[in-house]
Design a protein around this ligand. Structure first.
Ligand SMILES: N[C@@H](CCC(=O)N[C@@H](CS)C(=O)NCC(=O)O)C(=O)O
Length: 254
């Protein structure tokens, strides 16, 4: 390698460091919707880093997205959006990684080892692309379609139980002794999982079938960075009834 090219003067290092320090103090705003597991991810990441932020609730059910949301996420028009120094960052997992990098001096969210980081990203994509869609399908469909979807979701949980054993290396969380990237990716769904278990009379994260995930779910929900942003089962259950009635165009059952 050309030594002259790789050399960074002490002055330029100072400029780089002071720029990232300045960014860490810029204003932070989250556009969200409280029942959204994806919004919960962004909020947990900010809580882990003790970042203060303004929160703006979007009325998604009423179909009233703010101009700021439409302008900030013109591609998907979805929450969450993180506005940092008025610049938008979209997609929950991208936001979690961004928060980890900008507030790097706080507790690490992604694993430090590149291989562990790659594995964590792999399972997070699996959860979003494969596993959670089956859970949702089980909930929103009926009869045989619902049964098959829940069976697939169950198989996915067995894979995630195995992934937990490997990633946690005998510790409390996927990320070790503290909540990390995969904890946030899966844990953000816990409130909906409990509601779906109650409404559909199924057992997903089950003490007998997935004992490690069962214990993990308890520890995760009780964590200080999580407990105030994860909605209660009762509150979310009421919302789920409303959501279904809006989807069916009817009045919610009491
Ligand atoms: N892949 C996105 C999913 C975000 C998402 O689906 N957000 C939903 C709320 S849970 C939303 O904004 N829906 C509004 C819409 O679809 O118009 C992420 O991880 O951020």
């Amino acid at each position: 390698m050309d030594a002259a090219k790789s050399f960074q003067s002490p002055e330029s290092l100072f400029v780089v460091h002071s720029e990232s320090a300045r960014m860490a103090t810029e204003t932070v705003k989250v556009l969200g919707c409280w029942p959204s597991p994806y919004v919960i991810r962004a909020r947990i990441a900010l809580n882990i880093k003790s970042v203060e932020y303004e929160y703006q609730e979007e009325d998604l059910l009423g179909g009233n997205k703010s101009d700021l949301l439409l302008k900030s996420n013109p591609v998907y028009k979805k929450v969450p959006v993180l506005l940092h120094a008025d610049r938008p960052i979209c997609e929950s997992l991208v936001i979690v990684q961004y928060v980890d990098e900008v507030w790097a001096s706080g507790p690490a969210i992604l694993p430090s080892d590149p291989y562990d980081r790659a594995i964590a990203r792999f399972w997070a994509i699996y959860m979003d692309d494969k596993w959670y869609p089956r859970v949702k399908e089980g909930f929103f469909s009926e009869g045989e379609a619902s049964k098959i979807a829940f069976e697939e979701a169950d198989k996915g949980l067995l894979l995630l139980e195995e992934a937990f054993t490997k990633c946690s290396k005998g510790q409390k969380f996927f990320g070790g002794e503290r909540i990390g990237y995969l904890d946030i990716a899966l844990g953000s769904h816990l409130a909906w999982i409990r509601v779906i278990e109650k409404a559909s009379n199924v057992s997903l994260i089950d003490e007998a079938k997935t004992p490690n995930l069962y214990k993990w779910a308890h520890d995760f929900s009780a964590d200080v960075a999580v407990k105030d942003v994860l909605p209660s089962t009762d509150k979310l259950y009421e919302f789920a009834k409303l959501l279904i009635s809006v989807m069916k165009g009817s009045t919610p059952e009491k």
